[in-house]
Design a protein around this ligand. Structure first.
Ligand code: SF4
Ligand code: SF4
Length: 136
């Protein structure tokens, strides 16, 4: 996908807390450009991490990925439309810029699922924080 022309509009909305293989995460962690507010393992070999505002910790201020050349598998697949979560609201898999109504329709479908995931991650992060403070 060619995102360059769209970055000023989308502000890399796709770059949130995505599942990254734990070994990949460990190998790249030092390259993070944003401080994580949580780093959570899903117990299935993946780590979810996000910075303030829900952005990926590898997302630069210019909305570009600082590890783009070695980005994780899920990011390479993003935009292939094989799943609602892998569908870009701004352009289709062939690079056609979407119409506004189309973009809104996709957002309307994605938003509840994205918000639910963020809520669950936030809850899990809070639980983890409390547990580590109380030594549980
Ligand atoms: S895939 Fe879509 S949301 Fe992500 S940077 Fe490209 S245009 Fe923006
Ligand atoms: S690793 Fe890069 S491409 Fe993937 S979500 Fe983070 S900033 Fe975006």
């Amino acid at each position: 996908m060619d995102c360059d022309a769209l970055l000023c509009k989308c502000r890399a909305a796709c770059c949130g807390p995505v599942p990254m293989p734990a070994n990949f995460y460990r190998a790249h962690r030092a390259k993070a450009v944003r401080e994580p507010i949580f780093e959570l393992s899903d117990g299935q070999g993946n780590v979810y991490a996000a910075a303030e505002g829900g952005s990926c910790i590898f997302l630069g201020e210019d909305c570009r990925c600082v590890i783009y050349a070695t980005r994780p598998p899920i990011c390479r697949r993003y935009g292939d439309e094989s799943h609602l979560f892998l569908t870009c609201p701004y352009q289709d898999k062939d690079g056609r810029v979407r119409f506004r109504a189309e973009r809104k329709r996709i957002w309307r479908k994605q938003r509840p699922a994205v918000e639910k995931t963020l809520r669950e991650l936030g809850d899990a992060a809070r639980k983890h924080h409390t547990a580590s403070q109380t030594g549980e």
